[in-house]
Design a protein around this ligand. Structure first.
Ligand SMILES: *Cc1c(COP(=O)(O)O)cnc(C)c1O
Length: 498
C-alpha cells in the first residue's frame, strides 16, 4: 500500500493513452448498437449462472485492471443478464424501455458531468425548459413550478411534502408535524401506490395516516366514501390535509374521477395531489381529455419520464401549481449557496430551492434531446399504440375460453389468468403462479403479477415502444400452451390430455 505523496509524480484519472480510450469508446457504441438491434432474438430474461454470481464476491480491487479489462468484465458479467426491459416482450411492473438517443444523451450528460444544484450554466436552462414543456404537456399554468426527480416515488414525496407544509396555522416546516392541531391525514384509494405510504412515513405522518378508501368495480375511488372518511376524521379531531388522485393505478391502470376529486378537495380546502406516474401522460391524447381533465385542477402532479415517455432511467417530474409553496417547502438559506450579485451564482434561482437533492445530475438532457428528436406527436402516437395493444390483448383474452380477464382494460394494463374451469381459487392461484414463472424463466415474455380481488393475476403493463401486435398474440398462445402443459403433467389430468 502506497502512503506517500510524490509531487514529482502527480496523477490524474484521465486516460494515459487517449487514442486507446477513443477506440474503446467507439467499440462500446458499436457493441451497444449490435445489442439493441438483436434484442428481439434473445430470451427476455435469464438467471445469472452460479459461476457468474460468484464473480460478484470478488474483493475490492487494489491494483488496476485497466479500461479494456474492466469493460471485458462488463461484457461477461453484466450485459448478458439484464432485467430484460428493453425487450419487445417485457411488460413487467411498469418498466420503461429506453431509447437509443436517450442512452447517447446519458453519455453526453455524464461527459459534461454537470451539477444542477446552483450556478448559471446551460444544463440549468435545459431543465427549466423541460419543466416548462412538462407544464404544457399536462395543462399546468406557466407560473407553476416543478423539478426533475429520480422517479415517481420522489416526485410523490415532494408533492406530499409541499402539501404537508402548506397546512394552515402550523408552520410544519419549522416546527414539525407535532405543531398541527391534530393528526394529519391524507386520502386516496385502496389502489394507491406503495410509494405514497412510504412518503407518508418519511414525512413523519406514519403510513396509517394515509386513509385507504374503497374503489368501485372499475377500481376507481368511491368519492362518497372518501368524503365520508374526511368528515369522520374531522369529527375525531384529526386534520385532513390532502387528497391523492390516481391517474393510472399500478394494478389495473384505473383513472380516478379526477374532476370530482378536485371539486371535493376545493370544497374541503384540501391539497389535491395526483399520482400520475405513467397515466398522467394520457393527458397528451385528445381522446382521454374527458377522463383526465381534472388533472389540470391539481395542486401537484407526479409523473415519470422513464415509464411512458420511454426515457432511460432515471427521470421523473413533479409539478406544483403554487411555486411559492413549493419553494417554501424546500429552499433553505445558506451562506455558501445564497445568490450573489455577480458571478456564477447571480441567477437564475437555484433548482436546489425546489429539490430534495443539492447536487443534481443532468437527467434533463435525455428528456430534452428525446423531445427534440421525435417531437411530442410521436409520443402521442406511441402512447396510443400501447393502449390499443393492451385492448388487443384484452380482446384476445376475452376471445379465449380458457383465459379470463380479471379487470377492465382502461389504459395500458391487462390482468388475466388461465382458467380452464373446474378449479377452485387456491388451485387457480397456484396454477397461474407456475404459469407466470414458466413464461419468465423460459425467456418467452415478462409480464409481472398482482392480486385482483384475491385472485392471482398475470399482469401486462405496456410502456413498450418495441412491442408489436404479434408479441401479444405470442403471449396468449404461450399462456394457453403452458397452462395446458402444467395440467397435463399432473397424473389426475394426464388422461384427458392424451
Ligand atoms: C411506478 C409508479 C410509482 C413510483 O414511481 P417510480 O418511478 O418507480 O419511483 C408511483 N405510482 C405509480 C402509479 C407507479 O406506477
Amino acid at each position: 500500500m502506497n502512503t506517500t505523496y510524490q509531487p514529482e509524480h502527480e496523477e490524474t484519472l484521465d486516460p494515459e493513452n487517449w487514442d486507446l480510450a477513443r477506440d474503446l469508446g467507439h467499440r462500446m457504441i458499436d457493441d451497444l448498437i449490435d445489442y439493441w438491434q438483436t434484442v428481439r432474438e434473445r430470451p427476455v430474461w435469464q438467471r445469472l449462472p452460479a459461476e457468474v454470481k460468484e464473480r460478484f464476491d470478488e474483493p475490492l480491487p487494489e491494483e488496476p485492471q485497466g479500461m479494456q479489462q474492466a469493460y471485458q468484465d462488463f461484457q461477461d458479467l453484466v450485459l448478458p443478464y439484464p432485467k430484460g426491459n428493453i425487450h419487445p416482450r417485457f411488460w413487467g411492473w411498469v418498466d420503461g424501455t429506453g431509447t437509443v438517443f436517450g442512452a447517447f444523451a446519458e453519455m453526453l450528460a455524464a461527459g459534461m458531468n454537470s451539477n444542477l444544484g446552483v450556478a448559471d450554466h446551460s444544463a440549468v436552462h435545459v431543465e427549466r425548459q423541460v419543466i416548462n414543456w412538462s407544464k404544457k404537456m399536462l395543462g399546468f399554468p406557466g407560473a407553476a413550478s416543478g423539478i426533475l426527480t429520480s422517479g415517481g416515488s420522489e416526485a410523490n414525496l415532494i408533492g406530499l411534502l409541499v402539501a404537508r407544509n402548506s397546512v394552515a396555522n402550523a408552520d410544519i416546516g419549522n416546527y414539525g408535524v407535532g405543531n398541527a392541531e391534530g393528526r394529519l391525514t391524507l386520502y386516496g384509494s385502496t389502489e394507491s401506490h406503495s410509494s405514497l405510504m412510504k412518503a407518508a412515513d418519511i414525512l413523519g405522518l406514519g403510513k396509517d395516516a394515509f386513509r385507504k378508501v374503497p374503489v368501485n368495480e372499475n377500481f376507481e375511488v368511491d368519492v362518497g366514501a372518501l368524503r365520508a372518511a374526511i368528515v369522520r376524521d374531522r369529527e375525531q379531531g384529526q386534520v385532513p390535509f390532502c387528497i391523492v388522485g390516481n391517474a393510472g393505478t399500478v394494478n389495473t391502470g384505473a383513472i380516478d374521477p379526477l374532476a370530482k376529486l378536485a371539486e371535493l378537495a376545493q370544497a374541503e380546502k384540501l391539497w389535491f395531489h395526483i399520482d400520475g406516474a405513467f397515466g398522467a401522460l394520457a393527458a397528451l391524447l385528445p381522446e382521454y381529455e374527458e377522463k383526465i381533465r381534472g388533472l389540470r385542477k391539481a395542486d401537484s402532479v407526479a409523473f415519470d419520464f422513464h415509464k411512458w415517455l420511454y426515457v432511460p432511467y432515471e427521470a421523473a417530474c413533479v409539478l406544483v401549481r403554487d411555486a411559492e409553496k413549493h419553494r417554501n417547502a424546500l429552499a433553505v438559506s445558506a451562506d455558501y449557496l445564497n445568490p450573489q450579485a455577480r458571478g456564477m451564482a447571480a441567477g437564475p434561482e437555484p433548482l436546489a430551492n425546489y429539490s430534495i437533492q443539492l447536487s443534481r445530475g443532468f437527467k434533463a438532457l435525455k428528456v430534452w434531446l428525446s423531445l427534440k428528436e421525435h417531437g411530442i406527436d410521436k409520443y402521442r402516437r406511441l402512447i396510443r399504440q400501447n393502449i390499443h395493444q393492451a385492448r388487443y390483448l384484452g380482446s384476445l383474452v376475452e376471445g379465449s375460453p380458457k383465459l379470463e380477464l380479471l379487470a377492465p382494460v382502461s389504459l395500458n394494463i391487462v390482468c388475466y389468468r388461465y382458467n380452464p374451469g373446474g378449479f377452485d381459487e387456491d388451485e387457480l392461484n397456484r396454477l397461474n403462479q407456475t404459469l407466470l414463472a414458466e413464461l419468465q424463466e423460459r425467456g418467452i415474455a415478462a409480464p409481472s403479477y398482482t392480486v385482483i380481488n384475491g385472485r392471482f393475476a398475470i399482469r401486462m403493463a405496456n410502456t413498450n415502444h418495441r412491442s408489436r401486435r404479434k408479441d401479444f398474440h405470442h403471449l396468449v398462445q404461450a399462456s394457453l400452451a403452458i397452462g395446458e402443459a402444467i395440467l397435463c403433467a399432473r397424473p389426475a389430468e394426464a388422461a384427458a390430455c392424451k
